[in-house]
Design a protein around this ligand. Sequence first.
Ligand code: PHE
Length: 348
Amino acid sequence: MAQAVSVVEVSARIERAATLEELKDIRTEWVGKKGRLTEEMKILGKLSPDQRRTRGAELNQVREAILSALNAREEVLKDRAERQVLETERVDLTLPGREPISGLLHPLTRVRRRIEDIMLRMGYSLAYGPQIDSEWYNFEALNMPADHPARDMQDSFFVDVPGLVLRTHTSPVQIRSMQRHQGRLPVKITAPGLAYRRDDDATHVPVFQQVEGLVVDRNISLGNLLGTLKMLIHELLGENVGTRFRPSYFPFTEPSVEMDVACAACGGDGCRVCKDTGWVEVLGSGVVHPTVLKSGGFNPDEVSGFAFGLGIDRIAMRLFGLDDLRLLYQNDLRYLARFQSGQGGSLS
Ligand code: PHE
């Protein structure tokens, strides 16, 4: 009988089905709405009552057999799929955990601390002032009255409150420190901190770091300043680094001196770091102007002093051999981490 053969054939196909999809195809082909068996059943009506009864019973048997074979195989395949999922998704408890990233000091912080260290060894104490300061501390007290053209040297960020400014340098801490000393000598402070200017290029960022130095005592001279600066820079960058002093102008010092170090990026040939001069300016300094001593409550006829302001970022650029300062401020850990292992620079 044709159907008997079919059952054997279909059962064999069902047994061979390797996936649930394959099984579903067989189900549709045979017992689906338009399946082969379903079609057979539809024509039962055209047979005589006798034929219909035998044929009907036969078809029902076949249908039952196919359905139970399909269901049995489905069980097996589902079970297999489940076991496979369990197998592949098993959590391996023996894997070592992910190591958490431990914090690192920012390269600029390490440079700042190194400068502080040298200053402390030279007998200075640390001093601090506010980053939002009054125009008086930032300018007036430093001999820069409101209409003084020297204010243009330090393009400033003003805040909404009149009379306040984001300090353009750490020099206002000079005044605050002298005031705190109330005339007692000597004043010997160093003031690290952030300063703000409307600058933005490869060697200037709008928020930058300085270290201020101030000494006030009897008989302090330009010689003391130059000696101190040489010592500081040599401690910081090495005995062999090329340095030079240039006369300069700051309203709060007289005379004023800028210190340059030989450009490490190009070795003196000229490049974008040193603006083709072979030298990079690292600090401004000078003998404290009498007006500034007066602002701090000292008598310029009795005492004198020297002051300097060092750019931490410039020193960092040199120590790490960078040609763009801005990268240090983007806080990309992949970049900053390079400076930890010594690969990116020489800071120990
Ligand atoms: N404050 C000056 C600047 O930021 C640097 C400086 C400090 C110059 C102290 C002289 C004395 O440019």
